[in-house]
Every structure is written in C-alpha cells, then in structure tokens.
Design a protein. Sequence first.
Length: 265
Amino acid sequence: MKLKINIVDAFTDTPFKGNSAAVIITEAWLDDDLMQSIAMENSLSETAFLVKGLNDVYHIRWFSPLTEIDFCGHATLASAFVLFQSNPKLQQVVLQADAVGAMTIIKTADGLIEMDFPNRAPSNIEQIPVELLNGLSIRPKQVLKNQQAYFAVYDSEQDVLNVKQNTTLIKQLAPLDVVVTARSGAEDYDFISRYFWPANGGDEDPVTGSIHTGLAPYWAEQLHKTKLVAYQASSRGGTLYCTVSAERVIIAGRAVQYLEGLIEV
C-alpha cells in the first residue's frame, strides 16, 4: 500500500528551522500499530494522521516515535498547511481531536496560520517533585502544572538557555513533560521556552505549539497583555504568535514545505 506523505517545517518561514512534522491523510484510519510504526520510521517529533469526516471536518491523531500524543500544535499547523496548499481557495479548516475537541484553523492574508485551541493555563502546585528539582541543573523560581507538563519558571532568559536536564529523572515524571520558561530579554519576543519530553517523544522538542496554550495564559497574566510573541529556544528555534482570552488561546505561525512523496507499507 502506497501512502502520500508531506513533511512540513512548522513555526518558521525558513527551511530546516522550526519543528518538522509528517502529515498523512487517508480515507479511513490505519491500524494503530501501523501508525505507530510509521511515526517511528519517520523519526520526527510528530506524525499526524488525518481522516475526513462529515461536514468537511478532519479528524486528527498525532504519534511521536514513542507513543500516541493527546495534543500536538506544530503537527496541527503542518496539517492545516498541507490542506491549504492542496486547495488554495480554502481559507478555513476544522480539525477534530478527542482531547481538545474541534479546532478552527484560519489562513490569514499575510500567510499566518491561526489555530484556535482551549486555554490550558497552568496552576500552582503544593509540592514540587524531587525528580524535577534534581532533574534540572538550575533551580527554578516557581513551578506550575497543567494536564500536559510541569512549568519551571526562571528569572532570566539566560537560565532557560543554559539549563540542562537529567533525562533519567525527567522521564520519571511521565506522563507529564517539562517546559522551562522566562521573560525574554529581546525586544522581538515577550517570553522564551524550551521543552523536555524524554518520556513521550525525545530529549528536547524543537517547537511545541500545544504547551503555548499554557505558556501564553501564564505570561499574559504576568505581563498584563493578551497578545504575545513567543520564541522556543531549541537548536532549530521557532516563533509563535499568541492571543489569549478566558477560554481560548489562538496560536499562530508560519510553515514551509520540505518534502512531498510516497511511502510504501
């Protein structure tokens, strides 16, 4: 069986930057084990699988090389990019996922792709796991948590750039991952982050759209603004444009095509 595959660099306008995702659209769901095997073979942060449902709604599932993921922002951006590229007249698509419900995605006139996600702001925790404190080389000033990850907040951008993880300890926090973040020292960005996820996908994710549904509300409250520009400071790097409301977070970014081809399974 031959399947069409697209690989897209998300949250960037430059090839080989941002975060790469594979996108595969089929008429019906493939077997779960096959989807996981394809994601493992692709060896990208995520492979997104889409099936078109009623009323032109696409159902989406995301697989890292290790496991199925409940929610992935950059592969959602990559998927919307593929759908918009296949139909240039299309201005809006709706994707449906079990964990986050319906996601309306809009292509703007200036080329941004805007994704409408639930607001998943983190909350303070009473006791910080020892694995987190010992698993980060620099002690954070504050730790919060949402349904996806622990949020380690630092005083300075340099701490975020310098911190190292002990993957053995951070992995013990599963099913949660760890995001480290600080206010940005650059004029172009409001805050920066890095994302460690050894239990679910890899040592460090290049750009993580889903975690910004928690980061953006946190920094919106800290900085007293609802529109923010974020930079994920991985080796590849990526820029995210965030708009926060009480119930929703708009995450926007750009994407570029890397590969279009066929796989045989």
